[in-house]
Design a protein around this ligand. Structure first.
Ligand code: NAD
Ligand code: LMR
Length: 336
């Protein structure tokens, strides 16, 4: 019976796999949360020498969990071995920020990692490998990876802003006391930083009398135009303050959402936010990895076109683009 033939395993690289997000995401991948409940996987786990023993502990636990979909685990400190033949690369390796830091404060440590790993991926990953950069500053690390891996198609290199997107959905659902699964089409524009612009102008809620715009249901415009935006922008900081560690389970879950929708497609009528290489849409200059609303089909994303942008949104979209231009030049000065 053809239907019972198992799919070929997909090789998924997780860098920084001995860290917090690594520990949260590997069981999700091994349980099919990222690629589907019928998709076998082989995990490639990379970390650095000081974390080698901890990484081996993660490998032991993965074996002990006896995940039926998990067909192999490679745990290594060698980037070449780690990147060999991978179809999906989830780039978490790097240093997280601590209380009092902005995400760009981890720039000098992290961009050089992305320059070095760009060439390992370019030379050894499977053709058409899809890359998701999570480590901060996520947009700029993804841009550096793209620039130092010129043979990887630019459409294959993305960064995570789905966490911010999910935070915006969560906050709307909380404030309206509706199910989060009934809220859709928020947008995160720009940088995964405190200048990002969470936009609800096109967002809707499913109600018993059909889909309603969030702007119609939330009567408090002042809240939507101020506190809602700053709460999403500052949520990472609030979590660091509360946990003394940066977000991990929500970041891991958002990363699974990002890859799942990219590979398997977004539901009809729904878009998600992804940091992608700008093609000039909405007047955002090419040469930046910027978060846009996208729909995905057959493993390809496309930026949602034709959304009306008012003056308020325009200025916020431009401010976060300006920060990305500055980060880009800071990144290059760190690399020189
Ligand atoms: P962590 O410190 O717990 O783990 C990071 C791991 O990376 C460590 O095990 C470390 O040894 C490893 N590492 C360092 N250099 C490496 C290299 N060259 N190659 C491979 N591995 C390397 O940190 P974490 O909490 O898991 O966070 C990881 C990154 O993700 C941070 O930069 C954090 O700021 C970022 N982050 C981004 C988002 C997002 O939404 N984009 C959300 C949460 C966290
Ligand atoms: C987050 O948004 O939670 C992460 O980027 C961690 C951080 O530094 O805020």
């Amino acid at each position: 019976n053809l239907l019972n033939v198992e799919k070929e395993p997909v090789r998924v690289l997780v860098t920084g796999a001995a860290g917090q997000i690594g520990y949260a995401i590997v069981p999700m991948i091994a349980k099919g949360v990222m690629l589907g409940p019928d998709q076998p996987v082989i995990l490639h786990l990379l970390d650095i020498e000081p974390a080698a023993e901890a990484l081996n502990g993660v490998k032991m636990e993965l074996i002990d969990a006896a995940f039926p979909l998990l067909k192999g685990v490679i745990a290594t400190t060698d980037p070449i071995e780690a990147c060999m033949g991978v179809n999906i690369a989830v780039m978490v390796g790097g240093f997280p920020r601590k209380e009092g830091m902005e995400r760009k404060d981890v720039m000098s440590k992290n961009v050089s990692i992305y320059k070095a790993q760009a060439s390992a991926l370019e030379k050894h990953a499977a053709e058409d490998c899809k890359v998701l950069v999570i480590a901060n500053p996520a947009n700029t690390n993804a841009l550096i990876l793209k620039e130092f891996a010129p043979s990887i198609p630019e459409k294959n290199i993305t960064c995570l802003t789905r966490l911010d997107h999910n935070r915006a959905l969560g906050l709307i659902s909380e404030s309206l006391d509706v199910q989060v699964s009934d809220v859709k089409n928020v947008i995160i524009w720009g940088n995964h930083s405190s200048t990002q612009y969470p936009d609800v102008n096109h967002a809707t809620v499913r109600t018993s009398s059909g889909e309603k715009p969030v702007r119609e249901l939330v009567s408090d415009d002042k809240w939507l135009n101020a506190e809602f935006i700053t709460t999403v922008q500052q949520r990472g900081t609030a979590i660091i303050k509360a946990r003394k560690l940066s977000s991990a389970l929500s970041a891991a879950s958002a990363a699974c959402d990002h890859i799942r929708d990219w590979v398997l497609g977004t539901p009809e009528g729904t878009w998600v936010s992804m940091g992608v290489y700008s093609d000039g849409s909405y007047g955002i200059q090419p040469g930046l990895v910027y978060s846009f609303p996208v729909t995905c089909e057959k493993g390809k994303w496309s930026i949602v076109q034709g959304l009306k942008i008012d003056e308020f949104s325009r200025s916020k979209m431009d401010a976060t683009a300006k920060e990305l231009v500055e980060e880009k030049s800071l990144a290059y000065s760190c690399l020189n």
